[in-house]
Design a protein around this ligand. Structure first.
Ligand SMILES: [Zn+2]
Length: 271
């Protein structure tokens, strides 16, 4: 009799334990799956230039906000700005680099050279030698003035051609190519654009609702590279607010913010 009483209690404890623990472990599993399926997000922020020795207010505000939110971003540096920049300008870039934001190669002049009376792009319609020179100049200036090896590239206007692929091959320390919108083969790690998911609709105008609609459609992607131009966001008051809404939304979504080179390293480590 005594033994069967103990057995009943023992079984009751086990049943209670299962009732409590089983749903808990299921919901934990669900949480884990949900978290794992959230995309990585790269903020491809373009066009850091040096004007009158000061960093543009758009850039200062955006980077201060990202730091406040503990979000890592990127800075598309235009090499020419390192030719006649001030110490304060260089220091600002170095500080952002030290904070973990990635400084990346966004061409040398961001210009539209005229060749045989035809307007070209820095990396489309120009010669291999020209493109290689532009790439080298920025790479070397970043090394000399900032002590930074640039690891990722994105062309001005995202305009490239076959020579861009050949020229980039000459610079092995550049590992990542963002928005390569041409079919020519490359040895670089590619991070592509999903046109429906961007910060700006149209270019220069952040739009939270449009972003959200695109994000919802593509949130199962492993990585979203979203482009923006911080200098344009101080031109009208609501632009910066729209950008901030996007970031806060992504924070609530619990995405993982990363940079092109970090993502490449992460990917390389896995493969
Ligand atoms: Zn640009």
């Amino acid at each position: 009799m005594k033994n069967s009483k103990i057995d009943v209690r023992y079984i009751a404890v086990i049943i209670l334990f299962l009732i409590l623990i089983f749903p808990l472990s299921c919901s934990n599993q669900k949480l884990m799956v949900e978290k794992e399926s959230k995309p990585f997000v790269i903020l491809k922020l373009d066009d850091l230039w040096n004007k009158n020795d000061v960093v543009h207010s758009g850039w200062r505000e955006v980077m201060a906000f990202l730091n406040e939110e503990k979000v890592v971003g990127t800075i598309g540096l235009i090499g020419e700005s390192l030719e006649g920049g001030s110490e304060a300008y260089y220091q600002w870039i170095k500080d952002r680099h030290r904070e973990g934001h990635e400084i990346w190669h966004h061409g040398f002049c961001h210009c539209k050279p005229i060749i045989d009376d035809v307007e070209k792009r820095e990396f489309r319609g120009t010669s291999f030698e020209y493109q290689l020179r532009q790439l080298y100049k920025t790479q070397k200036l970043a090394q000399d003035k900032l002590g930074i090896v640039l690891r990722s590239f994105g062309a001005p206007y995202n305009a490239v051609d076959e020579f861009t692929a050949f020229a980039l091959k000459e610079i092995p320390e550049i590992k990542v190519w963002m928005y390569k919108e041409s079919a020519f083969p490359t040895d670089k790690f590619l991070l592509d654009r999903i046109p429906e998911v961007n910060i700006e609709y149209p270019v220069h105008q952040p739009d939270f609702e449009k972003f959200k609609a695109g994000y919802v459609q593509h949130s199962t992607e492993p990585v979203l590279i979203i482009q923006g131009h911080p200098r344009s966001w101080v031109e009208k008051p609501n632009r910066m607010e729209e950008f901030k809404k996007i970031i806060r939304f992504l924070q609530e979504e619990k995405v993982t913010f990363t940079t092109p080179y970090l993502f490449y390293m992460h990917h390389k480590g896995k493969s």
